[in-house]
Design a protein around this ligand. Structure first.
Ligand SMILES: *[C@@H]1O[C@H](CO)[C@@H](O)[C@H](O)[C@H]1NC(C)=O
Ligand SMILES: *[C@@H]1O[C@H](CO)[C@@H](O)[C@H](O)[C@H]1NC(C)=O
Ligand SMILES: *[C@@H]1O[C@H](CO)[C@@H](O)[C@H](O)[C@H]1NC(C)=O
Length: 335
């Protein structure tokens, strides 16, 4: 009797331990400064910013050592030959072995080998509304955007119109384009907003994302679209995730924005980030919508946006990249 009691007590403790461990995994114990403190600090700093070449070079070195963005950011024929096993970075123990069919969809080698000069990375935050940053964003040599954002005329003044690389989450293909199982026309039409840019899809991150990504690729090539599909390399996504985890970002998954900033810091000489502002109140204490085009909140607990912002803000303060929050100053020469 007492033995049985002892045993059941033991298993209760075991269950409790597991629960606590799971809880800590999902909600790690760390103190995050509250939003108000961060906003106040950003206000104090104002638009002051000084580029620090030492820190830029150092950060690029760290990134290339951990993640080799130049060679690894996309799946290519070179880094993923026939028979290579690609392990999904967003799933436990799922893989895809490169076969004839998928191999033929990969680009030969990573484009963008040579260093890019000025890059704009555009997050889709509501702070971009009425920012007047469109011209600033567009004057960079390379413009990166997240998740197929709308670029229609009403937004151009605030977000610009040029795109060189845009990410697309497979879930958008599912929601907005019926998973491309029916007509592909509306997909192909709406992709024209991105000119002849690269479209960057995490095809090998989650199992359900693979087929929609491949279909998007077929839809583009079958219609001789000007866009070039690049599949995100799951190995790169994993190493970048680890890199930021080591620097204190405790998200289960990094946001697309932080991936793009990491990519930009690895590829570009000068990076400016726009529209990264995960707070519901702006610098002018006015409410800010979640995106510049809508106010749909993401599934909470998945990304750690304020935490990511603090990291980016550190890089801003050290002069490694420039964060634009709030309005862009009128362009020089313009009166
Ligand atoms: C750049 O950063 C390094 C180290 O973080 C520092 O030692 C150096 O003084 C900074 N340079 C400038 C010009 O601020
Ligand atoms: C792959 O395709 C090539 C040419 O299309 C063909 O010669 C080869 O037999 C195929 N290999 C397999 C494993 O299907
Ligand atoms: C591709 O670009 C060319 C030249 O810019 C343009 O004339 C053509 O209409 C574009 N094609 C598609 C499918 O968007």
């Amino acid at each position: 009797m007492s033995v049985r009691c002892h045993r059941s007590k033991l298993s209760v403790w075991a269950v409790l331990c597991v629960l606590v461990l799971c809880w800590l995994y999902i909600f790690p114990v760390y103190r995050l400064r509250n939003d108000k403190e961060i906003v106040d600090e950003v206000l104090r700093q104002g638009q002051v910013w000084q580029r620090n070449q030492t820190d830029i070079d150092l950060f690029r070195k760290l990134l290339s050592e951990c993640c080799d963005p130049r060679r690894m950011f996309a799946v290519t024929k070179q880094n993923s030959p026939m028979g290579k096993v690609l392990w999904y970075d967003g799933e436990f123990y799922h893989s895809h072995t490169v076969n004839n069919e998928t191999y033929s969809l990969f680009v030969q080698e990573t484009p963008l080998q040579h260093p890019l000069k000025k890059c704009s990375v555009v997050g889709n935050g509501g702070v971009l509304k009425h920012s007047g940053c469109g011209k600033d964003i567009d004057q960079a040599d390379f413009v990166m955007r997240c998740n197929l954002p709308p670029l229609s005329r009403e937004y151009v003044e605030d977000v610009g119109s040029r795109t060189n690389l845009v990410t697309a989450n497979p879930s958008i293909i599912e929601k907005r384009f019926q998973n491309l199982l029916w007509s592909r026309k509306s997909f192909v039409e709406s992709m024209k907003a991105y000119g002849s840019s690269y479209i960057y899809m995490p095809a090998f991150s989650m199992k359900p994302g693979t087929d929609p990504s491949l279909r998007a690729h077929y839809a583009l090539t079958d219609t001789s679209s000007n866009l070039t599909m690049l599949f995100a390399n799951p190995e790169f996504l994993r190493t970048v995730g680890k890199f930021w985890k080591g620097r204190g970002v405790h998200a289960k998954r990094l946001s697309t924005g932080l991936f793009l900033v990491s990519l930009a810091l690895g590829l570009c000489e000068e990076v400016t980030a726009y529209g990264f502002w995960p707070f519901s109140v702006g610098l002018d204490e006015q409410p800010v919508s979640h995106h510049y085009y809508d106010n749909v909140l993401p599934f909470s607990g998945f990304h750690a946006m304020p935490e990511e912002f603090v990291q980016l803000w550190q890089l801003h303060k050290s002069g490694t990249l420039r964060m634009r929050v709030g309005h862009c100053p009128p362009r020089e020469g313009a009166i």
